[in-house]
Design a binder for this molecule. Structure first.
Ligand SMILES: NC(=O)c1ccc[n+]([C@@H]2O[C@H](COP(=O)([O-])OP(=O)(O)OC[C@H]3O[C@@H](n4cnc5c(N)ncnc54)[C@H](OP(=O)(O)O)[C@@H]3O)[C@@H](O)[C@H]2O)c1
Length: 286
């Protein structure tokens, strides 16, 4: 078996960052893209939506990370069948095909497989999704369990990175002395993109099967995220005028808690569950 790694969906947030991480470390990696322009490294053109018979042959790789998918919760809510076809049926077919050729497969999931009624959900608790996106991820996870030692699931809470459109918008508005209206009753348990990439890279390279959870130590409201960033960037916090997320049309579900128990990842891959304010401060230092 080749020691090469495969990233399916190497243009998205996680796929691109993992790709850069492995290229920088001299790790042999192949990425898939559905775009026309060719990036760095070895690239395969692949559209997960095409029928299985039209899929390109995938190189024999030691392990693959599945990062391709329709990741917008609102899109899943509005088009459950279309998004399910890609996020569940096509993704599971791909995972099974890769496992059949001996490739270890990593599936990226979410805290939204839980209903958010309790904090620090353990990996062995039964799933209870309240959104279409969460239901699709729970189905994907179930299929991955069928791959046995050739499969891993990594559940993530909200990934924060310096380029986040939401935060950039807040910073721009505050800098221009315009008010912003973050939700004070919607929470997240931020994890930094860098920490997530390192943990997923370790799980993939060491082919560590099972269920892994990456999360902050506690939840933080989006209003408090905005306040932390305003303090960090020396922007006027008085321009922050929090609102309720209940004013948002079409919101499928408001979890009270989003944290996950990270014991396995802390002991097994050196992940550190940190305080959410410290994570926000570190991600937006510059
Ligand atoms: N980011 C988070 O906070 C977070 C949290 C929990 C779980 N996750 C999960 O982590 C995984 C990666 O998330 P992400 O944030 O990196 O998502 P993302 O930035 O939205 O990237 C999704 C990727 O999927 C690709 N894609 C979409 N449709 C495709 C198709 N038909 N064929 C091939 N590729 C297709 C996109 O390609 P284009 O670039 O060409 O559109 C893009 O590269 C997802 O499974 C997501 O659900 C993410």
């Amino acid at each position: 078996m080749s020691d090469r790694l495969l990233i399916v969906g190497a243009d998205g947030l996680l796929g691109r960052s993992l790709h850069q991480h492995w290229i920088a470390g001299g790790v042999p990696v192949v990425g898939t893209t559905r775009r026309l322009e060719v990036g760095v490294g070895e690239v395969i053109r692949f559209d997960l939506a095409t029928p299985v018979e039209q899929w390109p042959p995938f190189p024999r790789c030691q392990a693959a990370v599945l990062c391709a998918g329709l990741t917008n919760g609102e899109q899943c809510r509005r088009n459950p069948e279309g998004t399910r076809q890609l996020n569940v049926h096509q993704t599971v077919r791909l995972a099974e095909n890769l496992a059949r050729q001996g490739t270890f497969v990593v599936f990226i999931s979410t805290n939204l497989v839980f209903d958010g009624t309790k904090p620090h959900r353990r990996a062995d608790e039964g799933v209870s999704p309240m959104t279409e996106y969460g239901r699709q991820k729970a189905e994907g996870e179930r299929a991955m369990a069928g791959l046995g030692r050739l499969g891993a699931v990594v559940r993530l809470t909200k990934v924060f990175h310096p380029g986040m459109a939401l935060v950039r918008g807040w910073q721009r508005d505050l800098a221009q002395r315009r008010c912003i209206a973050p939700f004070d009753d919607l929470v997240c348990a931020p994890v930094s993109l860098m920490a997530v990439v390192e943990a997923i890279a370790t799980i993939t390279q060491r082919c560590l099967p099972g269920l892994w959870q990456l999360s902050a130590r506690a939840d933080i409201s989006y209003a408090d995220v905005a306040r932390t960033i305003a303090r960090q960037k020396n922007l006027d916090g008085k321009l922050i005028c929090p609102v309720s997320c209940r004013s948002q049309e079409g919101l499928e579900h408001v979890p009270l808690h989003t944290t996950l128990d990270t014991t396995a990842a802390e002991n097994g891959v050196g992940f550190k569950a940190e305080d959410p304010v410290e994570i926000i401060q570190r991600v937006f230092t510059t």
